[in-house]
Design a protein around this ligand. Structure first.
Ligand code: SAH
Length: 270
Protein backbone atom coordinates (compact mmCIF):
# COMPACT_ATOMS: atom_id res chain seq x y z
CA UNK A 1 0.00 0.00 0.00
CA UNK A 2 1.32 3.44 -0.90
CA UNK A 3 1.86 5.65 2.11
CA UNK A 4 -0.37 8.71 2.28
CA UNK A 5 1.68 11.91 1.94
CA UNK A 6 4.92 10.60 3.37
CA UNK A 7 4.47 9.53 6.94
CA UNK A 8 0.83 10.42 7.31
CA UNK A 9 -1.93 7.89 7.77
CA UNK A 10 -3.84 7.04 4.63
CA UNK A 11 -7.52 7.60 5.46
CA UNK A 12 -9.69 4.49 5.58
CA UNK A 13 -13.34 4.89 4.74
CA UNK A 14 -14.34 1.76 6.63
CA UNK A 15 -13.12 3.34 9.89
CA UNK A 16 -14.89 6.63 9.28
CA UNK A 17 -11.57 8.41 8.94
CA UNK A 18 -11.91 12.06 8.00
CA UNK A 19 -8.93 13.84 9.45
CA UNK A 20 -9.55 17.37 10.65
CA UNK A 21 -6.92 19.78 9.35
CA UNK A 22 -8.50 23.04 10.49
CA UNK A 23 -6.43 24.01 13.54
CA UNK A 24 -8.84 26.74 14.63
CA UNK A 25 -11.66 24.21 14.80
CA UNK A 26 -9.40 21.71 16.62
CA UNK A 27 -8.50 24.30 19.27
CA UNK A 28 -12.15 25.27 19.67
CA UNK A 29 -13.15 21.66 20.23
CA UNK A 30 -10.54 21.18 22.95
CA UNK A 31 -11.54 24.53 24.48
CA UNK A 32 -15.10 23.24 24.59
CA UNK A 33 -14.03 20.82 27.30
CA UNK A 34 -14.74 22.17 30.77
CA UNK A 35 -11.61 21.43 32.76
CA UNK A 36 -11.62 21.48 36.55
CA UNK A 37 -9.15 23.68 38.38
CA UNK A 38 -8.35 20.80 40.68
CA UNK A 39 -7.84 17.88 40.67
CA UNK A 40 -6.94 17.01 37.10
CA UNK A 41 -9.75 16.10 34.72
CA UNK A 42 -9.49 12.58 33.34
CA UNK A 43 -10.24 12.50 29.64
CA UNK A 44 -10.68 9.65 27.17
CA UNK A 45 -10.26 10.60 23.53
CA UNK A 46 -12.02 8.32 21.06
CA UNK A 47 -10.30 7.93 17.68
CA UNK A 48 -7.34 10.34 17.92
CA UNK A 49 -6.20 9.49 14.38
CA UNK A 50 -3.11 11.60 13.77
CA UNK A 51 -3.66 13.58 16.93
CA UNK A 52 -5.09 16.89 15.75
CA UNK A 53 -7.00 17.23 19.05
CA UNK A 54 -4.54 15.14 21.06
CA UNK A 55 -1.71 17.62 20.72
CA UNK A 56 -3.77 20.31 22.50
CA UNK A 57 -4.96 17.86 25.13
CA UNK A 58 -1.46 16.66 26.06
CA UNK A 59 -0.38 20.29 26.41
CA UNK A 60 -3.07 20.91 29.05
CA UNK A 61 -1.58 20.22 32.52
CA UNK A 62 -5.00 19.87 34.14
CA UNK A 63 -5.89 16.96 31.84
CA UNK A 64 -4.99 13.32 32.46
CA UNK A 65 -5.39 11.85 28.98
CA UNK A 66 -5.92 8.37 27.60
CA UNK A 67 -6.80 7.62 23.99
CA UNK A 68 -8.47 4.66 22.29
CA UNK A 69 -7.78 4.09 18.61
CA UNK A 70 -8.74 1.07 16.51
CA UNK A 71 -6.49 1.80 13.55
CA UNK A 72 -3.05 0.27 13.74
CA UNK A 73 -1.52 2.84 11.38
CA UNK A 74 -2.84 5.71 13.51
CA UNK A 75 -1.53 4.06 16.65
CA UNK A 76 1.92 3.71 15.03
CA UNK A 77 1.77 7.38 14.00
CA UNK A 78 0.84 8.50 17.52
CA UNK A 79 3.59 6.42 19.11
CA UNK A 80 6.13 7.94 16.78
CA UNK A 81 4.98 11.53 17.15
CA UNK A 82 3.68 11.80 20.73
CA UNK A 83 6.19 10.44 23.23
CA UNK A 84 4.10 11.87 26.07
CA UNK A 85 1.31 9.41 25.20
CA UNK A 86 3.47 6.49 26.24
CA UNK A 87 1.36 4.01 28.19
CA UNK A 88 -1.80 6.01 27.47
CA UNK A 89 -2.74 4.59 24.08
CA UNK A 90 -5.29 1.80 24.08
CA UNK A 91 -5.25 0.05 20.71
CA UNK A 92 -8.74 -1.30 20.17
CA UNK A 93 -12.42 -0.73 19.62
CA UNK A 94 -14.09 1.78 21.93
CA UNK A 95 -17.33 -0.21 21.68
CA UNK A 96 -15.59 -3.28 23.13
CA UNK A 97 -13.59 -1.41 25.76
CA UNK A 98 -14.14 -2.11 29.45
CA UNK A 99 -14.40 1.48 30.65
CA UNK A 100 -14.01 0.45 34.29
CA UNK A 101 -10.47 -0.55 33.45
CA UNK A 102 -9.65 2.76 31.80
CA UNK A 103 -10.48 5.11 34.69
CA UNK A 104 -11.69 4.26 38.17
CA UNK A 105 -13.29 7.67 38.65
CA UNK A 106 -15.53 10.02 36.62
CA UNK A 107 -14.08 11.14 33.31
CA UNK A 108 -14.84 13.17 30.21
CA UNK A 109 -15.00 11.85 26.66
CA UNK A 110 -13.76 13.85 23.69
CA UNK A 111 -13.39 13.07 20.02
CA UNK A 112 -14.18 13.60 16.42
CA UNK A 113 -16.34 10.53 16.42
CA UNK A 114 -16.33 8.02 13.58
CA UNK A 115 -19.75 8.98 12.17
CA UNK A 116 -20.72 5.43 11.26
CA UNK A 117 -20.79 4.35 14.92
CA UNK A 118 -21.79 7.55 16.72
CA UNK A 119 -25.16 6.22 17.92
CA UNK A 120 -23.50 3.11 19.34
CA UNK A 121 -20.94 5.30 21.10
CA UNK A 122 -23.78 7.24 22.75
CA UNK A 123 -25.62 4.10 23.84
CA UNK A 124 -22.41 2.89 25.47
CA UNK A 125 -21.92 6.26 27.19
CA UNK A 126 -25.51 6.10 28.46
CA UNK A 127 -24.72 2.73 29.99
CA UNK A 128 -21.89 4.41 31.93
CA UNK A 129 -23.58 7.74 32.53
CA UNK A 130 -22.60 7.88 36.18
CA UNK A 131 -18.95 7.77 35.19
CA UNK A 132 -19.04 9.90 32.05
CA UNK A 133 -19.45 13.44 33.35
CA UNK A 134 -18.98 15.27 30.07
CA UNK A 135 -18.70 14.62 26.34
CA UNK A 136 -17.35 17.02 23.72
CA UNK A 137 -17.67 15.58 20.26
CA UNK A 138 -17.86 16.25 16.56
CA UNK A 139 -20.66 14.49 14.75
CA UNK A 140 -22.52 14.54 11.51
CA UNK A 141 -24.54 17.77 11.85
CA UNK A 142 -27.81 15.95 11.36
CA UNK A 143 -27.12 13.72 14.36
CA UNK A 144 -25.96 16.67 16.48
CA UNK A 145 -29.18 18.51 15.58
CA UNK A 146 -31.24 15.53 16.58
CA UNK A 147 -29.51 15.13 19.95
CA UNK A 148 -29.85 18.82 20.81
CA UNK A 149 -33.41 19.21 19.57
CA UNK A 150 -36.35 20.03 21.83
CA UNK A 151 -39.62 18.14 21.75
CA UNK A 152 -42.25 19.27 19.27
CA UNK A 153 -40.00 19.01 16.21
CA UNK A 154 -39.50 16.41 13.51
CA UNK A 155 -35.81 15.87 14.32
CA UNK A 156 -36.45 15.08 18.00
CA UNK A 157 -36.00 11.34 18.47
CA UNK A 158 -34.80 8.40 20.58
CA UNK A 159 -31.29 9.72 21.22
CA UNK A 160 -32.63 13.19 22.09
CA UNK A 161 -34.87 11.80 24.83
CA UNK A 162 -32.43 9.25 26.23
CA UNK A 163 -29.46 11.65 26.28
CA UNK A 164 -31.42 14.68 27.48
CA UNK A 165 -32.73 12.60 30.38
CA UNK A 166 -29.21 12.56 31.82
CA UNK A 167 -27.24 15.30 30.06
CA UNK A 168 -27.50 19.02 29.35
CA UNK A 169 -26.74 19.51 25.68
CA UNK A 170 -24.84 22.56 24.40
CA UNK A 171 -24.64 23.08 20.66
CA UNK A 172 -21.17 24.58 20.14
CA UNK A 173 -20.50 25.17 16.42
CA UNK A 174 -20.67 23.80 12.89
CA UNK A 175 -17.74 22.62 10.77
CA UNK A 176 -17.86 22.50 6.95
CA UNK A 177 -16.63 19.48 4.93
CA UNK A 178 -13.56 21.40 3.68
CA UNK A 179 -12.05 21.30 7.18
CA UNK A 180 -11.30 17.58 6.73
CA UNK A 181 -9.13 15.31 4.62
CA UNK A 182 -10.89 13.73 2.85
CA UNK A 183 -13.98 15.94 3.11
CA UNK A 184 -17.08 14.07 4.30
CA UNK A 185 -20.29 14.40 2.25
CA UNK A 186 -22.11 16.01 5.15
CA UNK A 187 -21.84 19.05 7.40
CA UNK A 188 -20.45 18.42 10.87
CA UNK A 189 -21.17 19.99 14.24
CA UNK A 190 -19.64 19.97 17.70
CA UNK A 191 -21.79 19.50 20.78
CA UNK A 192 -21.11 19.22 24.50
CA UNK A 193 -23.01 17.00 26.91
CA UNK A 194 -22.81 17.66 30.64
CA UNK A 195 -24.22 15.23 33.16
CA UNK A 196 -27.26 16.76 34.83
CA UNK A 197 -28.27 16.15 38.45
CA UNK A 198 -30.82 13.44 37.68
CA UNK A 199 -29.78 10.28 39.50
CA UNK A 200 -32.84 8.14 39.06
CA UNK A 201 -35.66 8.53 36.59
CA UNK A 202 -38.34 7.69 39.13
CA UNK A 203 -39.66 4.98 36.86
CA UNK A 204 -38.41 1.65 35.60
CA UNK A 205 -35.38 2.32 33.37
CA UNK A 206 -35.91 -0.57 30.99
CA UNK A 207 -39.57 0.29 30.54
CA UNK A 208 -38.68 3.95 29.91
CA UNK A 209 -36.28 2.94 27.11
CA UNK A 210 -38.92 0.61 25.70
CA UNK A 211 -41.61 3.30 25.71
CA UNK A 212 -39.27 5.82 24.04
CA UNK A 213 -38.04 3.36 21.39
CA UNK A 214 -41.47 2.03 20.55
CA UNK A 215 -43.00 5.47 20.57
CA UNK A 216 -40.54 6.70 17.97
CA UNK A 217 -40.36 3.55 15.89
CA UNK A 218 -43.71 4.44 14.44
CA UNK A 219 -43.42 8.14 15.05
CA UNK A 220 -46.35 9.16 12.89
CA UNK A 221 -48.75 7.04 14.88
CA UNK A 222 -50.44 8.18 18.07
CA UNK A 223 -48.90 6.74 21.22
CA UNK A 224 -52.06 4.68 21.69
CA UNK A 225 -51.22 2.78 18.50
CA UNK A 226 -47.44 2.89 18.75
CA UNK A 227 -47.50 1.38 22.26
CA UNK A 228 -50.24 -1.16 21.59
CA UNK A 229 -48.12 -4.23 22.19
CA UNK A 230 -47.20 -3.01 25.69
CA UNK A 231 -50.67 -4.25 26.58
CA UNK A 232 -51.81 -0.96 28.05
CA UNK A 233 -54.52 -0.97 30.69
CA UNK A 234 -57.79 0.41 29.32
CA UNK A 235 -57.63 3.39 31.69
CA UNK A 236 -54.19 4.33 30.41
CA UNK A 237 -55.06 3.79 26.77
CA UNK A 238 -58.00 6.15 27.19
CA UNK A 239 -55.91 9.07 28.47
CA UNK A 240 -55.60 12.20 26.30
CA UNK A 241 -51.78 11.88 26.25
CA UNK A 242 -52.27 8.76 24.11
CA UNK A 243 -53.65 10.93 21.30
CA UNK A 244 -50.21 12.53 21.00
CA UNK A 245 -47.23 11.38 18.99
CA UNK A 246 -43.84 10.58 20.57
CA UNK A 247 -42.19 13.71 19.19
CA UNK A 248 -44.65 15.87 21.15
CA UNK A 249 -43.51 14.51 24.54
CA UNK A 250 -40.78 16.08 26.67
CA UNK A 251 -38.40 13.91 28.71
CA UNK A 252 -40.56 14.54 31.79
CA UNK A 253 -43.68 13.56 29.85
CA UNK A 254 -42.03 10.27 28.90
CA UNK A 255 -41.13 9.64 32.55
CA UNK A 256 -44.71 10.35 33.71
CA UNK A 257 -46.10 8.17 30.95
CA UNK A 258 -43.81 5.28 31.92
CA UNK A 259 -44.91 5.64 35.55
CA UNK A 260 -48.55 5.59 34.50
CA UNK A 261 -48.02 2.46 32.44
CA UNK A 262 -46.22 0.76 35.34
CA UNK A 263 -48.75 1.76 37.97
CA UNK A 264 -51.56 0.33 35.87
CA UNK A 265 -49.92 -2.97 35.04
CA UNK A 266 -51.93 -5.99 35.88
CA UNK A 267 -55.14 -3.95 35.67
CA UNK A 268 -57.94 -5.25 33.49
CA UNK A 269 -57.52 -4.60 29.83
CA UNK A 270 -61.14 -4.91 28.84
N1 SAH B 1 -9.50 12.65 15.73
C1 SAH B 1 -8.98 12.55 14.39
C2 SAH B 1 -9.63 11.41 13.60
C3 SAH B 1 -11.12 11.49 13.42
S1 SAH B 1 -11.72 10.25 12.31
C4 SAH B 1 -9.19 13.87 13.67
O1 SAH B 1 -9.99 14.66 14.13
O2 SAH B 1 -8.56 14.10 12.64
C5 SAH B 1 -12.31 8.99 13.41
C6 SAH B 1 -11.20 8.22 14.12
O3 SAH B 1 -11.82 7.19 14.89
C7 SAH B 1 -10.23 7.52 13.21
O4 SAH B 1 -8.92 7.74 13.66
C8 SAH B 1 -10.60 6.03 13.29
O5 SAH B 1 -9.51 5.16 13.09
C9 SAH B 1 -11.10 5.96 14.73
N2 SAH B 1 -12.06 4.87 14.98
C10 SAH B 1 -12.99 4.36 14.14
N3 SAH B 1 -13.70 3.41 14.75
C11 SAH B 1 -13.22 3.30 16.03
C12 SAH B 1 -13.54 2.48 17.16
N4 SAH B 1 -14.53 1.58 17.09
N5 SAH B 1 -12.83 2.63 18.30
C13 SAH B 1 -11.83 3.54 18.36
N6 SAH B 1 -11.48 4.34 17.33
C14 SAH B 1 -12.16 4.24 16.18
Amino acid sequence: MKPYKGDKVRPKKSLGQHFLHDETAAKKIVNGLIVNETPVTSVLEIGPGMGVLTKYLVAEPRVELKVVEIDRDSVAYLKKNFSSLEGRIIEGDFLQLNLDQVFTHPFAVIGNFPYNISSQIFFKILGHRDRVSQVVCMLQKEVADRIAEEHGTKTYGILSVLLQAYYEIDYLFKVPPGAFTPPPKVMSAVIRLRRNSREKLGCDEAMFVKVVKQGFNTRRKTLRNALKNLNLAADVAALPIMDKRAEQLSVDDFISLTKLIEDNRGGTNS
